[in-house]
Write a protein that binds this ligand. Structure first.
Ligand SMILES: [Zn+2]
Length: 255
């Protein structure tokens, strides 16, 4: 089964990702209801599941209203937040495989702490696989560390780095151009970055998403996935991947 993930733009720069199998659909992180509900109706799709990566409002703002429209859709949510907030839904955890009613291809749950401590990613198995990574990995960047440590985030990103190169990467925000400016400051001589910036500017100039990306591309252009490279550690005088990751994340916070 192959999937073509469909981004539904909402708010300032969020995407709600939609996967379909026949007339069944799964969506990820409904920060708003109307755009995705209209999209489902316009394409005559039935919503069979909602996947939630984390509890930030731009990822769950439309959840309650969407449940009213689609009471039969399964809602998969992470463990309670550190504030103790538990989202209404089926709590899932790392290593579980989900197969909602009406869906034929299992979805793997990955615990990827960092942006939040209870952040989940979902891997739609298939050919190619589709990674729904929320605010953990962005094209040419990664999420801010609101709750987790650099060590946790680095480990989460390393799990993504180990996925097959053709895995499609569906990030929850269109941050690519801003991330590329930073990535080029880290690695000005990286030719893959220079080329990707050109094509990303082209896409954005025509109002197209730069996403989905893929793991193979991110390994070439994303500095946060490249912290294991000795030459990059040397360049920024950091002794190991964790030191380089911590250094880059702090630099990016103020970039
Ligand atoms: Zn977030």
């Amino acid at each position: 089964m192959d999937f073509i993930p469909e981004p539904i733009p909402i708010l300032q720069d969020n995407y709600i990702w939609l996967l379909r199998q026949g007339q069944q659909a799964i969506i990820v992180d409904p920060g708003q209801c109307d755009a995705v509900h209209q999209y489902l109706l316009a394409h005559q799709l039935t919503l069979c599941a909602i996947l939630i990566t984390h509890q930030h409002s731009d990822h769950i703002g439309g959840l309650a209203q969407l449940r009213n429209y689609w009471p039969d859709a399964a809602v998969y949510v992470p463990a309670p937040s550190i504030q103790g907030v538990q989202l209404d839904g089926i709590q899932v955890q790392d290593g579980q495989y989900l197969l909602p009613d009406g869906w034929q291809t299992p979805i793997q749950v990955m615990a990827v702490p960092g942006h939040t401590l209870n952040h989940l990613a979902y891997l739609q198995t298939g050919n190619p696989p589709v990674l729904l990574c929320g605010d953990t990995l962005f094209s040419a960047g990664c999420g801010r560390l609101f709750e987790g440590t650099p060590l946790q985030m680095l480990a989460s990103l390393q799990r993504f780095a180990a996925l097959p190169a053709d895995t499609l990467v569906c990030c929850a925000h269109e941050y690519t151009l801003a991330n590329l400016k930073f990535a080029l400051a880290v690695e000005p001589e990286n030719q893959a970055l220079v080329e990707y910036q050109r094509s990303a500017e082209n896409l954005r100039g025509n109002d197209f998403p730069t996403l989905p990306s893929n793991i193979g591309l991110e390994l070439q252009i994303n500095p946060f996935l490249r912290c294991t490279l000795p030459e990059l550690q040397q360049r920024w005088q950091q002794p190991d991947p964790l030191a380089l990751f911590t250094f880059l994340r702090q630099w990016k916070n103020n970039f």
